[in-house]
Design a protein around this ligand. Structure first.
Ligand code: MG
Length: 353
């Protein structure tokens, strides 16, 4: 399985569990599509968390405070140069959120909404299916049809950033909202013709046409695109998000921001980014990932839409066991924390150690 930029054969992932003396365990599972962070966690971030004075990790009610855990993990880290560090710290913060919500006996989204005072939080969220990796083109139409049959309204597929993309898309046209993901691979010399060719499809959005850190090219593509431009999944910090907003030429009434809280130091940093984007409506935020944690962030912070790999038989696909997608929406079950325990194939991985 591959997208326009990379293959996934050797992809790894990290799982984190925070155990407490009270017998409550908080879990986190990686955002798929990046490699595991075990070395960083073991060498720097777990030792700092374990060395922190316990009271420094609690809020004023004596409940574990996830942003405080992330701050403890980040002690003596230089600013800037974010690299893979944000994903390691994000896992610790996410596991602390699962723990906190379980102690509060709340679903995570409710705990997040209370913590950050979200006005329009709710258990029902919009979702989209992310599929159409490069495997076998004969399977593509089936895969998309299966996602729509499963209840997804909007479906996103991978494209190559070449003029052959038109053929790949035209075979799917008319089935419902379709988004395409270029994974940074569009060749600048064909960009003008490529965007013009995309105009016939009324795409829901065009994702990452430019390499993630090339803000000048992003700005040029933002002028050429006939559809909303979506990007941000490979920016892992407030600093990088600010540069995108300053220089990327994105339009708040049209474009979509896909920062992934789990890859970006956690929810506290993500909320700083939301505050930075004060002129943007929350519905313009579509966190990358397709993980259960991101679904709770969408619900608890009132964001636009969550991503999902539609194959529920995979540990990182679908949602909680028994939860169905209906008319492009999912209702998060009323379970404490993230509810990893209610997705059997994923929980089997989390328990395995
Ligand atoms: Mg993408």
């Amino acid at each position: 399985m591959r997208n326009a930029a990379i293959a996934f054969d050797a992809m790894s992932a990290s799982a984190v569990a925070l155990f407490t003396d009270q017998g409550v365990t908080g879990y986190a599972f990686d955002s798929i599509g990046r490699y595991g962070k075990g070395a960083l966690l073991r060498e720097r971030f777990f030792p700092r968390l374990l060395a922190a004075p316990p009271d420094s990790l609690l809020d004023r009610h004596g409940v574990i405070d996830p942003p405080a855990c992330a701050r403890a993990a980040m002690a003596n880290e230089k600013p800037g140069g974010h690299g893979e560090r944000p994903g390691a710290v994000g896992l610790i913060e996410a596991a602390a959120w699962d723990l906190r919500a379980k102690i509060e006996r709340l679903p995570l989204w409710r705990s997040l909404a209370d913590y950050y005072g979200t006005r329009d939080a709710g258990a029902t969220i919009r979702v989209y299916a992310s599929c159409g990796h490069f495997r076998d083109d004969r399977l593509l139409a089936d895969e998309v049809a299966r996602a729509r049959d499963a209840g997804y309204a909007c479906v996103k597929i991978k494209v190559a950033g070449t003029l052959e993309d038109r053929e790949r898309i035209v075979a799917l046209a008319g089935g419902g909202p379709l988004a395409i993901d270029v994974n940074g691979a569009l060749a600048p010399q064909i960009a003008q013709r490529w965007f013009a060719a995309m105009a016939e499809f009324r795409l829901a959005w065009i994702e990452e046409p430019a390499p993630p850190l090339d803000y000048e090219l992003t700005r040029r593509y933002a002028e050429l695109t006939p559809a909303p431009l979506a990007t941000g999944e490979n920016l892992f910090s407030y600093d990088d998000a600010r540069n995108l907003l300053r220089y990327g030429g994105l339009r708040r009434e049209r474009d979509l921001l896909q920062f992934d809280p789990l890859l970006s130091y956690g929810v506290a940093e993500y909320v700083r980014i939301l505050e930075l984007c004060a002129g943007w409506a929350r519905r313009q935020f579509l966190p990358h990932a397709g993980h259960l944690f991101a679904a709770h962030c969408v619900a608890g912070l009132g964001l636009g839409m969550a991503e999902a790999a539609p194959e529920a038989t995979l540990p990182y696909g679908g949602y909680w066991d028994g939860v169905r997608v209906q008319d492009g929406c999912v209702k998060i079950p009323d379970l404490p924390g993230v509810g990893y325990e209610a997705k059997a194939n994923l929980f089997a991985l989390l328990e395995h150690r």
